[in-house]
Design a protein around this ligand. Structure first.
Ligand SMILES: Nc1ncnc2c1ncn2[C@@H]1O[C@H](COP(=O)(O)OP(=O)(O)O)[C@@H](O)[C@H]1O
Ligand SMILES: [Mg+2]
Length: 152
């Protein structure tokens, strides 16, 4: 993510009180992406990771309805102003290597792409580039979400 995102979004915690607010945070992030961006998303099931990716997709000119939680695939490419890779490692088998399951080396070095990774903690020991951003979403159900955005 370019440094501009840090300028626009305070590095401290944001609070989202609704799905819409989380989506809008995604839009604000997406509007500032220029390619070569890697965004790691952490947070439990139902935290709002996919909603945030939908916001990013919307900002990239992609129909956000195309962005879903895939049942079988670990990676979905979406073509917009930039190519958005939506990776969701939730269904990665325990002990399996994410890099083998998905062609991470190629995806991560695509300068014309935006890479979003749900359940990024399941990347294990995959060597991440220093330019990654980490977004953690705390809270689920009807409670407000606390969203923190920081460099890796
Ligand atoms: N503040 C909020 N931000 C995001 N989602 C919220 C919020 N409040 C309630 N929700 C609901 O939580 C769910 C989040 O789902 P989803 O984005 O698929 O989660 P995840 O991808 O983290 O498993 C949605 O059903 C959404 O309507
Ligand atoms: Mg999800």
């Amino acid at each position: 993510m370019p440094a501009s995102v840090v300028k626009e979004i305070p590095p401290d915690e944001l609070v989202s009180n609704s799905e819409r607010e989380t989506f809008d945070i995604g839009v604000r992030i997406g509007n500032q992406l220029s390619g070569g961006d890697i965004i790691l998303l952490n947070g439990r099931l139902g935290a709002g990771k996919t909603i945030l990716v939908k916001g990013i997709a919307h900002a990239l000119g992609i129909d956000e309805q195309e962005v879903t939680s895939p049942s079988f695939t670990l990676v979905n490419p979406h073509r917009g102003r930039l190519l958005l890779y939506h990776i969701d490692l939730y269904r990665l088998d325990e002990g399996a290597s994410a890099a083998h399951a998905v062609d991470l080396d190629e995806i991560m070095t695509d300068e014309n792409a935006v890479v979003t990774i749900e359940w990024a903690e399941r990347l294990g020991r995959y060597p991440l580039p220093a330019s990654c951003w980490q977004i953690s979403i705390a809270g689920d159900g009807d409670s407000p979400r606390r969203i923190s955005i920081s460099p890796l």
